[in-house]
Design a protein around this ligand. Structure first.
Ligand code: AHR
Length: 484
C-alpha cells in the first residue's frame, strides 16, 4: 500500500520563524557559550566566539529570543549599556545565584544578531519592571530621531536604530513572571502594549502576549476574550519531560535511559499536537480568521542535569532521542502552520536541548543541531499533506519550495526498520539529495573526545522507480529526501 503526496495543491506556508531559538542569561548559555569578551583567548569577533557563531550561521537561525525566560523579569536593561567597567553587577537569582556582570547587554545582543543574520525577539520585564522602563527600552532600540533614549544610544556608540521584529510582553506571568491570574494579566498586557512605542507605522513591532502553560486552556480563553484585539501572537510553553507529570522529582537522565523512557519521551513530544489543536480551537472562537498566532517560544526536552554540574545551569547531554522528539515536534508545527508562526527551542547553547555544547575553548554540535541543519529545507516552504496510512511509529512532514519537494520521516521504533511507498499527484523526476541522522544506540551522542558520533550522513535507502518513491527507513532514525 502506498501513501499519496498531495503535491499539486497549494499548501500552508511554514514560517521560517518556527526554526527560531532562545538564549537566556542562564548557566553557560550566553557567557562562555556565545560571549567570551574581546580579551578572551578564545577566538572572537567583538567578544562573540567565532566557532559557535560560524556553526550557527550554517543553520540560518531566523530569530533569537532574549534575555529570558525567568531572567527577563529581573532584568533592567539600563544595567547592560554603556562602558563595561561601569555596568552594575547583579545576582542571577533564578539561575544558580551567580554574579551577572551585564557585559552582554542590548548592544552585544544586536551584534550577535548581526553576526548570525537573525532577527530580534526581546522579552520585556513585566514582573519587576515598569511600563516606563519598557517604553524607554523600546525607545532606546528603535527611535530614529532625537529623543532622550535615542541620544543615549548614540552616546553609547550606535547611531541608527535597530530593527526590533518581535516583542514579548511578559514571560510565564502565570508563574515566575508574577503569579498572575489571566484576568489580571489581560489588563496588564493591555496597559503595557498601549505604551509600546511604534515609530515605524508601516512595520509595527509584533506584540507577543504571555499565553498558557501547557494545557491551561482557561488562560487562552480569558486572554483571547479580553485582549485579542490588542495582540499579534500569544506564547505557549511546553517542555518534553520524559517522566511527564512531575517537575520536582527526577526528570530522568539525558543518557543511559531505558526503552520505556525513550517511548515515554516520544509520547510527551506527540502531546504538542493536542495542545496546539485545543488552544487553536479556543482561539478560533475569538479569531476565526486566524490573525492571532501561536508562538511556541519555549519548547524542547528537559532532563536531569549532567552529574557534577550546577543544578541551576540546566546543562544536559543531547542524544538521538532528542533528534526524534525534535522531528516529531517540528512536524507538528508544520501541520499547525496556519496558527504557529514562530517557535523558539530552549536553548541555543549549553542549556536544555541545545544546538551547541562548549567546554572552555572546545565546542561540539549536538544531534539536535544536525536535525535543524537537515530541516532547513522546510523553512518558508509550503506544507504538503498526504493521503493514506503511514506505518506505526513514523512521523511525517513534506513541503515544497523553489520547484523542489522535501519529504522528512522519523522512525522512532527502537528495533524495527520500516518501509514506505509514496505516489505523487505530480511526479518528481529525480532524487536530488537524501540524508539521514541515526546512531548505533538510542542514546548515541557527541562528546568533546568524539564529536562526530551523530551527524548528518548520506542516505541510501530511497529509490524512485516508475514514479514511486520507495523509502526503507532504519529504526531510530530521521531521514529527509529532496526530489525535483
Ligand atoms: O528555559 C528555562 C526556563 O523555563 C525559562 O527561564 C522559563 O521561562 C521556563 O520555565
Amino acid at each position: 500500500m502506498s501513501v499519496k503526496i498531495l503535491n499539486s495543491r497549494k499548501g500552508q506556508k511554514i514560517s521560517k520563524y518556527i526554526y527560531g531559538q532562545f538564549s537566556e542569561h542562564l548557566g553557560r548559555g550566553i557567557y562562555e557559550g556565545l560571549y567570551v569578551g574581546e580579551n578572551s583567548d578564545i577566538p572572537n569577533e567583538n567578544g562573540l566566539r567565532k566557532d559557535v557563531v560560524n556553526a550557527l550561521k550554517k543553520i540560518h537561525v531566523p530569530v533569537l529570543r532574549w534575555p529570558g525566560g525567568l531572567f527577563a523579569d529581573t532584568y533592567h536593561w539600563q544595567d547592560g549599556i554603556g562602558p563595561k567597567e561601569g555596568r552594575k553587577k547583579i545576582v542571577n537569582t533564578n539561575w544558580g545565584d551567580v554574579t551577572e556582570d551585564n557585559s552582554f547587554g542590548t548592544h552585544e545582543y544586536f551584534e550577535l544578531l548581526r553576526q548570525l543574520g537573525a532577527e530580534a525577539y526581546i522579552n520585556a520585564n513585566i514582573g519587576s519592571g515598569t511600563v516606563q522602563e519598557m517604553a524607554e527600552w523600546v525607545e532606546y532600540m528603535t527611535m530614529p530621531g532625537k529623543s532622550p533614549m535615542a541620544n543615549l544610544r548614540q552616546k553609547n556608540g550606535r547611531k541608527d536604530p535597530w530593527k526590533l521584529k518581535f516583542f514579548g510582553i511578559g514571560n510565564e506571568t502565570w508563574g515566575g513572571g508574577g503569579n498572575m491570574r489571566p484576568e489580571y494579566y489581560s489588563d496588564i498586557y493591555r496597559q503595557y502594549q498601549t505604551f509600546l512605542p511604534q515609530y515605524n507605522k508601516d512595520k509595527p513591532i509584533y506584540r507577543v502576549a504571555c499565553g498558557p502553560s501547557e494545557d491551561d486552556y482557561n488562560w487562552t480563553e480569558v486572554l483571547m476574550k479580553n485582549a485579542a484585539q490588542y495582540l499579534d501572537g500569544i506564547s505557549l510553553h511546553y517542555y518534553t519531560l520524559p517522566k511527564g507529570e512531575d517537575w520536582i522529582s527526577s526528570k530522568g537522565p539525558a543518557t543511559g535511559f531505558t526503552d520505556k523512557y525513550w517511548y515515554k519521551t516520544m509520547d510527551r513530544a506527540k502531546f504538542m499536537d493536542r495542545l496546539l489543536t485545543k488552544h487553536s480551537e479556543i482561539m478560533d472562537k475569538y479569531d476565526p480568521n486566524k490573525k492571532v498566532n501561536l508562538i511556541v517560544d519555549e519548547w524542547g526536552t528537559w532532563y536531569d542535569v549532567e552529574k557534577g554540574t550546577n543544578p541551576g545551569f540546566l546543562y544536559q547531554q543531547n542524544t538521538l532521542r532528542d533528534v526524534l522528539t525534535g522531528a516529531i515536534t517540528l512536524n507538528i508545527f508544520h501541520k499547525h502552520a496556519d496558527r504557529v508562526y514562530m517557535a523558539n527551542i530552549a536553548q541555543m547553547v549549553n542549556v536544555l536541548q541545545a544546538m551547541i555544547l562548549t567546554d572552555g575553548s572546545k565546542m561540539l554540535k549536538t544531534p539536535t543541531y544536525y536535525l535543524f541543519d537537515m530541516y532547513q529545507k522546510h523553512m518558508d516552504a509550503e506544507s504538503i499533506l498526504e493521503d493514506g496510512e503511514l506505518p506505526d511509529r513514523i512521523t511525517y512532514t513534506a513541503s515544497k519550495k523553489d520547484g523542489k519537494l522535501t519529504i522528512s520521516l522519523g522512525n522512532y521504533d527502537l528495533n524495527q526498520d520500516k518501509t514506505v511507498d509514496f505516489e505523487f499527484e505530480e511526479n518528481p523526476k529525480s532524487i536530488e539529495n537524501a540524508e539521514i541522522i541515526t546512531g548505533s544506540t538510542m542514546d548515541a551522542h557527541n562528546t568533546f573526545d568524539n564529536p562526530n558520533e551523530v551527524t548528518l550522513k548520506e542516505f541510501n535507502g530511497a529509490t524512485l522507480i516508475d514514479d514511486k518513491l520507495h523509502i526503507a527507513i532504519p529504526a531510530k532514525s530521521v531521514i529527509s529526501v529532496t526530489l525535483r
